[in-house]
Design a protein around this ligand. Structure first.
Ligand code: ADP
Ligand code: MG
Length: 254
């Protein structure tokens, strides 16, 4: 039996300042498989949208339905339980720089441990074995004992991805995971996410600036502008006309 990992977003509104909505009523169903890209100009609410899903940002109103729960309304223990099942990959990697690569990957398990064991960093042998397997999968096995701050950007992002997968996420959110990386490394990071997510059946939602990269790796594209969804379709359906509507102007379209 396959589990439904789709997300239904209904009437999602976020106001950081009362009366000034940044998300103006988002209605969206995100498939429970493959990679979905969210594209749109800076300041349009892409980060706010994905941060509402894992509640790094509190939605003002609306629903985010996932596996029979409304993520927008969970509190306390229920919120913690839901959150540990949602992996997140960040633009600036968000590693603990003074910890080793291995320790950073293992922090993906902290949400599953008692407060006491987490405080002692008492990871199980199974966790440690899995972390090694994952480091191997992302090509960093020989870096396990290096401090995170000794790595390049691309290597750091690989650690960030391994840490997110270590959570055994049912969904993976990525907020501009390639924006701090050079073009070649960006492709490698997208390949890695596509590969891991595909093998483990983890749906990915990725905010991404690079339209060509999004088209290459994502099965679904969502275009946002001014806090609203203005395009929702496949990469081949995304026309220059749509891009004009999403980003404004036309001189930049090749
Ligand atoms: P994007 O990711 O598309 O660039 P964001 O979601 O980061 O857009 O931001 C959307 C809007 O919300 C912007 O106008 C931004 O200034 C505002 N915003 C984002 N985060 C906050 C915050 N924590 N407090 C107040 N305003 C914010
Ligand atoms: Mg953003």
């Amino acid at each position: 039996m396959t589990v439904d990992r789709s997300i239904q977003i209904r009437g999602l509104v976020k106001e950081y300042k009362r009366g000034v909505p940044v998300l103006k009523g988002i209605d969206l169903t995100i498939a429970g498989e493959g990679i979905t890209a969210i594209i749109g100009p800076s300041g349009t609410g892409k980060s706010t949208l994905i941060r509402c899903i894992n509640r790094l940002v509190e939605p003002t109103s609306g629903e985010i339905l996932f596996q029979g729960m409304d993520l927008a309304k969970l509190k306390g223990t229920e919120l913690r339980m839901a959150r540990r099942r949602i992996g997140m990959v960040f633009q600036e990697f968000n590693l603990v720089e003074r910890l080793t690569v291995m320790e950073n990957v293992l922090t993906g398990r902290l949400g599953y441990m008692s407060a006491f064991k987490a405080w002692l960093r008492k990871f199980t042998p199974e966790d440690i074995e899995e972390a090694f397997t994952l480091l191997d999968a992302v090509g960093l096995a020989s870096f396990a004992n290096q401090r995170a701050d000794a790595l390049s950007g691309g290597q750091r992002q690989r650690v960030g991805i391994a840490r997110a997968v270590m959570q055994h996420p049912e969904i993976l959110l990525a907020d501009e995971p390639t924006s701090s990386l050079d073009p070649k490394t960006s492709v490698e990071i997208m390949e890695l996410m596509a590969n891991l997510a595909g093998k483990r059946n983890i749906p990915v939602i990725v905010n991404i600036h690079n339209v060509a990269l999004a088209k290459r790796f994502c099965q679904r594209m969502i275009g946002m502008t001014g806090g609203k969804v203005v395009f929702d379709g496949t990469p081949s359906q995304l026309s220059d006309e749509n891009l004009k509507q999403i980003y404004g102007g036309e001189n930049w379209i090749e």
